[in-house]
Design a protein around this ligand. Sequence first.
Ligand code: FEO
Length: 170
Amino acid sequence: MLKEKMVESLNTQMNAELYSAYLYLSMEAYFEANDLSGFANWMRVQAQEEMTHAMKFYDYLVQRGARVILTEIKSPPTEWDSPKATFEHVYEHEQMVTGLIDKLVDLAISLSDHATNNFLQWYVAEQVEEEESSSGVLQKVKLAGDSTSGLLMLDQELAQRVFTPPLTTK
Ligand code: FEO
């Protein structure tokens, strides 16, 4: 049985993952409004991934007989100064999420909750990928600089990203 503090913290992280989905959907809308549909596609896929992150927490709580509590999701920003500023935000956000996951692991360890620690290791590995993919795009946006053709080429590349649903969310 999960300890109360663990249930509360897992629900909080589920909300943070839902906020991440919200944030990336807002970035998608920003790119759509600026005619960069490839960048928008990348954000749509990112938001879909965040929903799977949230649902993994949801399913784990249910599996452990704990209560899922859905709470208010704060409004994300709606405007960014440029594609570069947007991806700087994505990269910073993912580093922040990594910190949240690390704190959850610390909590699980402090409570001797080995099952939750084991569950959280999926997120530890996932955050390595999240930071790598967001910083990778950020580097390319920086390389494109003020070049419109460079940005459009990158837009075409980002249009290729496809969401692959996990075989199971559990
Ligand atoms: Fe759910 Fe992008 O971390």
